[in-house]
Design a protein around this ligand. Structure first.
Ligand SMILES: Nc1ncnc2c1ncn2[C@@H]1O[C@H](COP(=O)(O)OP(=O)(O)OP(=O)(O)O)[C@@H](O)[C@H]1O
Ligand SMILES: [Mg+2]
Length: 286
């Protein structure tokens, strides 16, 4: 697989040289591959948001490099600008950053900035709105008339409308009810498939990432202690717990069964998967 985004020995120190100095990332080597659905997981304050804000050039490294398609994004201003358009970032609680008079204007802000003509902007606004399940008549409303969940959809549509090659979402499901969570995750999956885009989903729920992503990067205390397929990462149960990150409940049960000598598959994260694994096992025995 080809790398699309990489960091090389990336460090970030906030408020360097003041009494508030805080090392948030320390020599981080990170890779996202073209077309993958990657999860980033870590406890509060571990450095997830700091890491992803480097990936589209919003934060500048204190030291180290960020490469997009092999080029250092800070090598010249044109590359930095291009990276901001091609690596779309949906912030944590993005609904607080809506500011235009109508939903349509809010979603069109990014594509307009890219210098696209009006017809293309219009096409993208409508397609992005459709992706996140906003109805046409909602486009002419003020974003402030919408519910919290709908505002978040508007904010996500605003980034999708730039048709980024890499779509990064910082805890997009935080605070939503289970139906809202499923619906947003479905929208993201649709974007992934329709555009063959790379997705980076930040989460602090193991259950959520386990059933969503292809690969998982664990962030702890400004470093990446492990990464790999969820089934590989979940082999590190005790270390994850020490970082305040439990493995999914079903995975814990199945890890215990395996430790007891039951020969059962490693990729069980949900009740549905557990049921299938147990049934397969019983059929195999019977
Ligand atoms: N603007 C800032 N100035 C100073 N310190 C900061 C700033 N932003 C973050 N930090 C500190 O850097 C560390 C990493 O923060 P970051 O926001 O990247 O963590 P996070 O993993 O995204 O956390 P959360 O899950 O709560 O969103 C924390 O100790 C945080 O307090
Ligand atoms: Mg964060």
């Amino acid at each position: 697989m080809e790398a699309i985004l990489e960091t090389k020995k990336l460090s970030h120190i906030y408020s360097a040289g003041t009494p508030f100095e805080r090392g948030a990332l320390l020599d981080v080597d990170f890779t996202a591959y073209q077309g993958e659905y990657l999860g980033i997981i870590g406890h509060t304050g571990s450095g997830k948001s700091t890491l992803i804000q480097h990936l589209n050039g919003l934060l500048k490294p204190t030291s180290g490099q960020v490469l997009f398609q092999g080029t250092d994004i800070w090598s010249d201003p044109k590359t930095t600008r291009q990276t901001r358009f091609q690596v779309g970032l949906v912030f944590q609680y993005p609904e607080y950053q809506l500011f235009e008079e109508t939903v349509y204007q809010d979603i069109s802000f990014g594509p307009k900035n890219m210098g696209l003509d009006e017809a293309e902007v219009d096409r993208r606004v409508r397609e992005a709105a459709h992706f996140v399940g906003l109805r046409d008549e909602q486009l002419e409303k003020s974003p402030f008339e919408l519910s919290g969940g709908q505002k978040r959809r508007v904010a996500i549509a605003g980034v999708i409308a730039m048709e980024p090659k890499v779509l990064i979402l910082d805890e997009p499901t935080a605070g939503l009810d289970p139906v809202g969570v499923e619906s947003i995750l479905g929208n993201i999956r649709d974007y992934h498939q329709a555009h063959n885009a790379t997705i980076i989903l930040v989460s602090h729920s193991m259950e959520e990432v386990a059933r969503t992503v292809d690969r998982l990067v664990v962030v702890n205390d400004g470093r990446i202690p492990f990464h790999g397929a969820p089934s590989e990462v979940f082999q590190h149960g005790p270390e994850l717990e020490a970082m305040g990150l439990g493995v999914p409940q079903m995975t814990r049960v199945f890890n215990r069964l395996r430790a007891m000598g039951v020969d059962i598959g490693p990729s069980v994260y949900t009740i549905e998967q557990a049921k299938a694994a147990v049934l397969a096992k019983l059929k195999g025995v019977g």
